[in-house]
Design a protein around this ligand. Structure first.
Ligand code: HEC
Length: 141
């Protein structure tokens, strides 16, 4: 987990403790689940860009495990966030090759996903941040 994300989680945890709420262990790796459900077909299990869907793509799927390495040792949190939610369009040949997940999650943010609570904005944020955290854990040194 990047330092920044870790700090956010710690602040959230201490806020809960302050409010007198029990902080129980989370066993579900939401980021891993989201990655395996939505990204692995193209980006591959370890993010190397070798997923089975690649034979149908015109653009080579980038290696997501070297984002930190290629950014001077710092995981590019903002860029990754914006690529996932669609604010940053990644350059492809012609049309956008990668779906905009912010829109997909927005569309899915309905009450039946009750493990995220009923707040649609939080539902989208939780999944997006969990993905960013998961990608930060895929980075090679
Ligand atoms: C349909 C195949 C496909 C799927 C599914 C997909 N991606 Fe991508 N992704 C790509 C391609 C292709 C590019 C490069 C696009 C380009 O250069 O135009 C890319 C680029 C990216 C980048 C930018 C990398 C960089 O160099 O800065 C990130 C981050 C990323 N994807 C994350 C994800 C995440 C997270 C998911 C799952 C929510 C996902 N992708 C799902 C094909 C895919």
């Amino acid at each position: 987990m990047s330092g920044e994300l870790l700090r956010v989680v710690m602040v959230a945890a201490s806020t809960c403790a302050f409010a007198g709420m029990a902080v129980s262990a989370e066993r579900l790796d939401i980021g891993k689940r989201e990655y395996e459900a939505n990204c692995v077909v193209c980006h591959g299990v370890k993010g190397k860009g070798d997923g089975p869907f690649n034979e149908f793509l015109k653009v080579r799927t980038p290696d997501l495990s070297v984002l930190t390495k290629n950014n001077g040792g710092l995981f590019p949190v903002n860029r990754v966030l914006e690529v996932i939610d669609g604010r940053t369009q990644v350059k492809g040949h012609g049309t956008r090759e990668m779906p905009i997940w912010g829109d997909v999650y927005d569309a899915q943010a309905v009450p039946q996903f009750d493990d995220y609570g009923y707040n649609a904005k939080l539902f989208v944020w939780a999944r997006t941040l969990a993905l960013v955290d998961y990608l930060s854990r895929l980075q090679v040194r």
